[in-house]
Design a protein around this ligand. Structure first.
Ligand code: FES
Length: 581
């Protein structure tokens, strides 16, 4: 059983600092709110719930959250709270430039201040697209007001010419097929609409579905939240139940710091292995742990995930999509399986007030081809492999379930691209000296290099290799990779090239050795040669002069610690100074 003890209720809440009195300032705060027609009794000390909504028509994965918020409000009212919907900084993975990741920390910072500076006692985090989930979780963790996640849910299955089409996964597949001459450009255009046929986030086990699963596995969302399709009526029910629940969480004073314990992070890491989740979860959970003072490291990812079989048969690692995952029972089934295998901290507390185990012990797996039985997993060793060696002194990551078994131990000649523009300029050149045994190396795509560590690590193969029917090569970079992508792709190499990590001095023609079972990534040159090259290295990327880009460049940390800003680590609480009126 959990050791959480609810606080006595009723008691005075922080929103009463704005609304609960007869001074000029209290009148000012209430009166202005009343211009929306809110009756006086809503200001009587009941929990004020901020519905922090990342709705935006330019964040298409979250474009339905404005409607969904109405159901959250129903729930809050039913439970005796006062809901207020607050639009917050929304980052779209599909279109934010130069990279959505550059703005995760900005969103987290903006939302943290939106929580702290305004009269709310609890928060509903309405999220969906990749960065919206971690940024709001980071903000909630740093303010530590009672908070609960409700995601928008995935899109329905894509279908094209009788086959499932996975968000992102098939974009890469079709693009490669066009390059290989197996698909025409007009067929590719026809597939465009078939990929995204309903509201919601990517329907693969990409980063959005992974982060929704992480929120649930951490205990920050109600059980079953992650997989319900965006357009299913049960998504609306989930929103309403979430609204009801946050009111009780405020009354009990059940805060993120009660839930986001080391046990919770360990549960999430193992869950990520079981679902074949995105490598992006590594960065986001490291950053989130930093906000609550949990000393989570890359090595925890390798150690905890190594023996977790991937049992969720979803693209990009497997064959189905989130819709089928929901019909099979969704994440509760996976968490139950971890519990049965002794891989779950059963007593970890969740937003429901129940433990991780209590929530799932009676669920059923309705489709053993989607959530596979223990004796025939998709991969025996899921999780995230953390590689080290002279090419990645602080670590790099690879997702074994998305990689090719025959490339897990590979030695090959490096073909180096100095940055993404260099890659784009040369990759289609038939004269490029490259074949499938080579190792493609992409530099200057890390946190500072790109900037923002774009999802370009799964760089497409050269057409002359694709035409041979080859679909995978070893690729190494300091970039990230879309959670919808696949391949033998080494990511997050740290330190990155732009700050003088060894990746910066790899030259075309060098030999590189990848040994995933040994967790090793080596540049085959002598220590003296490596030291000499590093001594000669000069930075090519300089800090921008002004604006957010300057703040980002000055303060972003490396991937191996979560790429948060150095000054945003830790929990600062929700206390705020006096009124200025
Ligand atoms: Fe938004 Fe995939 S692009 S969830």
């Amino acid at each position: 059983m959990s050791r959480f003890t609810p606080k006595p209720w009723p008691r005075k809440l922080r929103s009463q600092e704005w609304f609960g009195g007869t001074s000029r300032d209290h009148i000012y705060h209430r009166s202005w709110m009343k211009n929306q027609g809110f009756p006086a009794d809503l200001f009587d000390g009941r929990p004020v719930i901020g519905i922090l909504n990342t709705w935006s028509e330019l964040t298409p994965c979250n474009a339905h959250l404005h409607d969904l918020a109405e159901r959250v409000k129903h729930g809050v009212y039913e439970a005796g709270g006062f809901p207020v919907e607050v639009p917050v900084f929304s980052v779209a993975e599909s279109s934010f430039r130069p990279s959505a990741m550059m703005f995760r920390n900005l969103a987290a910072m903006a939302v943290e201040e939106a929580i702290r500076g305004q009269p709310m006692d609890g928060c509903v985090l309405m999220v969906g697209c990749d960065k919206t989930t971690p940024s709001l979780l980071m903000a909630a963790a740093s303010t530590d007001l009672p908070s609960i996640v409700v995601t928008g849910g995935p899109m329905l299955n894509g279908w094209f010419r009788g086959e499932r089409v996975g968000s992102g996964t098939h974009l890469w597949k079709f693009s490669e097929a066009v390059k290989a001459g197996e698909m025409t450009q007009s067929e590719f255009l026809e597939a465009e609409s078939a990929m995204s046929r309903s509201p919601g986030s990517c329907n693969t086990m990409g980063t959005a579905s992974t982060m929704a699963s992480m929120a649930e596995a951490l205990g920050m969302a109600l059980s079953g939240n992650a997989a319900i399709p965006a357009v299913d009526s049960r998504r609306r029910m989930m929103a309403q139940l979430t609204g009801r629940r946050i009111v009780q969480m405020v009354k009990d004073d059940l805060k993120p710091s009660d839930i986001l314990t080391r046990d919770a992070f360990e549960n999430a890491i193992r869950t990520n292995g079981a679902i074949g989740g995105s490598t992006n979860a590594v960065i986001h959970l490291l950053a989130l742990a930093g906000r609550v003072g949990i000393d989570l490291t890359l090595d925890d990812w390798d150690r905890l995930g190594r023996d977790v079989p991937t049992i969720v048969n979803l693209m990009p690692s497997g064959k189905y999509l989130m819709e089928e995952f929901f019909y099979a029972g969704g994440l509760p089934v996976v968490i139950k399986r971890l519990g049965e295998a002794g891989l779950l901290h059963r007593d970890a507390l969740t937003v429901s007030g129940q433990t991780a185990w209590e929530q799932v012990e009676n669920v059923t797996n309705w489709n053993e081809d989607v959530i596979l039985p223990a004796e025939r997993p998709l991969t025996d060793h899921g999780g995230i492999a953390v590689l080290r060696g002279n090419l990645a002194p602080n670590g790099a990551v690879l997702k074994p379930s998305a990689a090719s078994p025959h490339l897990m131990q590979h030695r090959g000649r490096a073909v180096v691209f100095e940055d993404i523009d260099d890659y784009k300029a040369r990759i289609n050149d038939e004269a490029l000296e490259i074949d499938e045994t080579c190792v493609m190396v992409l530099k200057n795509c890390g946190p500072k290099g790109y900037p923002g560590m774009a999802e370009v690590g799964n760089m497409g193969l050269p057409p002359k290799v694709l035409r041979k029917g080859i679909t995978d090569m070893v690729r190494i970079s300091d970039a990230r990779m879309s959670g919808t992508a696949y391949g033998t792709v080494v990511l997050h190499t740290s330190p990155e090239a732009a700050v003088g990590g060894p990746l910066a001095v790899v030259r075309s023609g060098d030999m590189i050795e990848l040994d995933v079972p040994a967790r090793s990534l080596r540049l085959d040159i002598s220590e003296a040669e490596l030291a000499a090259r590093l001594a000669d290295w000069r930075p090519e990327i300089h800090s921008p002069e002004t604006g957010y880009a300057r703040l980002f460049h000055s303060h972003v940390q490396q991937a191996d610690t979560g790429a948060d800003f150095d000054f945003l680590k830790g929990c600062r609480g929700a206390a705020v100074g006096k009124d200025s009126h």
